[in-house]
Design a protein around this ligand. Sequence first.
Ligand code: SDX
Length: 428
Amino acid sequence: MAKTATIDIDGQKYEFPLLTGTENEVAIDIKSLRGVTNGVITLDSGYKNTGSCTSSITFLDGEKGILRYRGYSIEELAEKASFLEVAYLLIFGELPTQEQSVKFHNDIKAQSVVDDDVRKIVDAFPKSAHPMGIISSLTSALTAFNPSSVNVKSEEDMYKAIVKILGKFPVLVAWTLRKKQGLPLDYGDKNLGYVENVLKMMFKQPNEDYVQNQVVVDALDKLLILHADHEQNCSTSTVRITGSSHAGLFASLSAGISALWGPLHGGANQAVLEMLEAIKADGGDTKKYMAKAKDKEDPFRLMGFGHRVYKNFDPRARIIKKAADEVLGDLGIDDPILDIAKGLEKEALEDSYFVDRKLYPNVDFYSGIIYRAMGIPTDMFTVMFALGRLPGWIAQWREMRLNVEPIGRPRQLYIGETERAFVPVDQR
Ligand code: SDX
């Protein structure tokens, strides 16, 4: 591979270094471009060809359907690790020893009490409020109760902020759900595992003991692992660019939650279920929705299909599809929605429109079916995505700050009016 790339502008040649990553990806380092060319920039709407940073956290190969966290394959981690081990791996770079795991969990549990005044904020929301709006606000509000900004140069300060948000966020997730259901808010149980505690906080009824279902615990643990990070996606890029102004960790996470909410991103898992429900209500007529998805005049898209990077099967979708079968089977649930989803997938994978555009099921296509089997309401699906993505966002924010990256400030190509004189209102 050559060491440089050459750009020729009006006969003037400019050379730029070629960088090669550990997985042999190649990037043109254009940081000197504007300076040496007297103002020329690149333009790449949606950053489809543009890297924002170097990173050591997650590698994915969209053509081969590969996803690894810190070098470990998603298949192995989903099968053999716990969510908290994966969180530790993403944030600190190595799988924890047994001792480190115990300490990490204990430090998180020690932070799992949320200031009682946060209840006043929760109570202020109408029951009609979308859970993503609530959880984004509550996460930002944590800054008010934890005003000291994180000193990223202090490992101890950073660690404290990390275990604080990992301890408090599941409480906020449970409170967001229970507020809408008119149920009392509680703090869970320090004697439980991380995922068991999340489920108990979400689903314990005030008048009865909560009985864990190991199938549900294992399924949620796996789903959280599968959602834990995904390199420079929309919401992670939002967390990084927000943090690049030296905004605090909680404020940056709140911004990421808002970006994840969009139906083209994390909000797709809710949109998939709504789409499948509409197809079911329409007598299961998948062909009508396939036609709508292909009709350029129709804004409808086949939600849960397609991906900016994966031009092959999303490896997470493969794992989740298998888990959906297992969980519904173990729970004895026969959900026609799953059959509709499988029928839609089969049709799309045989349809030239989808095949030509390399549109495959993504992480959001089957996840909602499992969440629904767990009794999680549809409008809470993206909150569950955020719960899983939390360690990835933390890891990426920490890497950006430790790398002392400059404030993110893209350029633009101006195509508006050139200079013109002001016109007094009586002459307009
Ligand atoms: C996530 O980036 C990440 O890593 C995200 C994520 C993560 O873990 O963080 O993986 C999570 O967000 C998964 C994606 C969830 N979103 C959806 O399922 C929404 C439906 N999918 C699409 O809107 C779309 O596929 C995107 C947004 C996911 C990707 O869009 P791109 O890369 O901008 O591709 P595009 O819109 O330019 O589409 C290319 C072509 C277009 O047709 P042509 O103009 O070439 O004729 O494919 C078509 C699109 O119209 N197309 C679809 C489609 N997705 C793309 N047509 C119908 N249905 C779809 N779902």
